[in-house]
Design a binder for this molecule. Structure first.
Ligand SMILES: Cc1cc2nc3c(=O)[nH]c(=O)nc-3n(C[C@H](O)[C@H](O)[C@H](O)COP(=O)(O)O)c2cc1C
Length: 309
């Protein structure tokens, strides 16, 4: 029987797949449902210093092959998520905080305050595409470098960065160099493909309201971008930084593809939103089945072993 247990920077995950920050992980009730499921960890919604309502509705629309959204980080404010950590530890799986400060000072304050909690992992979101008037930090390499330098100075927890998708080898090189220089322990790639647009020809308008219809694309549409980003960073990190693969995972086969590309674990947002927490049981069973059929007993036997054509 194959096992899908894995680890991120020494933190053990019983299974390979967990929820990605975003859908249905904002309130304690939602997080407890994740705790009670086969999800490998409990990832909390990206938080900001102050609570946020987010952008006007409609701001999320399901699509046949994914979803488009411009949520605008609706969340309860970081103080609530600090309180949730102790409640969530009873599920005996890692609890992950996702921080998405509006500026460097916000991120520093939140990283500092999560140090005194039992949170297992901190993921800093450098890639939210949906805040009106705020560029994605991960596309500004100088700022990424500066902010990471400051964050890593004050942090003792396992810490990593949620990255936007990149499309150019020079960008993979630059970002990998910055991550390696700051000894980041993991990256999560990718966030949604920012500022895409779906137009309804009947109504002659975009299908979401915020930002004139621009929104982040996720789900099946983005899997090839997620796979290439995981592979590109896997090749550059040489085992020094671990990787969460994110983007378009619907089946155990999708998870297996991310494993071949080099992901240490995977995160799932759109499929979780559409199917609920049972998706983690289904995907784990499917992944075990494909590993078993191919004769692989463990995640390590497959990780990164993409074959050349
Ligand atoms: C409704 C929704 C809300 C999201 N909110 C966040 C967020 O708060 N923080 C974050 O890092 N990513 C957020 N994301 C991006 C997801 O974590 C993920 O990176 C992206 O959707 C690709 O994965 P998927 O194809 O499994 O959805 C959100 C995605 C969706 C669909």
């Amino acid at each position: 029987m194959s096992t899908t247990s894995t680890n991120i920077a020494g933190i053990r995950l019983e299974k390979y797949a967990l929820n990605a920050s975003g859908p249905d992980c904002t309130t304690l009730e939602e997080l407890e449902k994740i705790g009670n499921s086969d999800c490998a960890a409990i990832m909390m919604k990206s938080c900001t210093l102050e609570p946020r309502e987010g952008n006007p509705e409609p701001r999320y629309q399901r699509l046949d092959f994914g979803a488009i959204q411009a949520m605008g980080l609706p969340n309860l404010g970081y103080k609530e998520y600090i309180k949730f950590v102790s409640e969530l530890k009873k599920y005996n799986k890692p609890v992950i905080a996702s921080l998405s400060g509006m500026c460097m000072a916000d991120n520093l304050q939140m990283v500092k305050e999560f140090q005194d909690t039992d949170v297992d992992i901190i993921e800093v979101n450098f890639s939210c595409p949906n805040i009106i008037g705020k560029p994605q930090l991960g596309y500004d390499f100088e700022q990424t470098d500066t902010v990471l330098g400051k964050i890593c100075e004050i942090n003792d927890k396992v810490i990593g960065v949620k990255l936007p998708p990149y499309f150019d080898f020079s960008h993979f090189d630059s970002v990998a160099e910055i991550m390696l220089r700051h000894n980041v322990q993991f990256v999560s790639c990718i966030n949604s493909l920012g500022n895409t647009m779906i137009i309804d020809p009947e109504t002659e308008s975009p299908i979401i309201k915020p930002k004139g219809g621009y929104g982040g694309l996720s789900g099946e549409y983005v899997k090839p971008v997620g796979l290439s980003n995981v592979r590109a960073f896997y090749e550059r990190f040489e085992g020094k930084i671990q990787i969460f693969g994110v983007g378009g995972i619907v089946t155990g086969t999708d998870a297996f593809e991310y494993l071949l590309a080099g992901a240490d674990a995977v995160q799932i947002a759109t499929t979780f939103e559409k199917e609920g927490a049972d998706c983690f049981t289904r995907i784990d069973n499917e992944l075990k089945a494909i590993m078993g059929r191919k004769g692989y007993a463990s995640i390590d036997e497959v990780k990164g072993k993409l074959k050349a054509l």
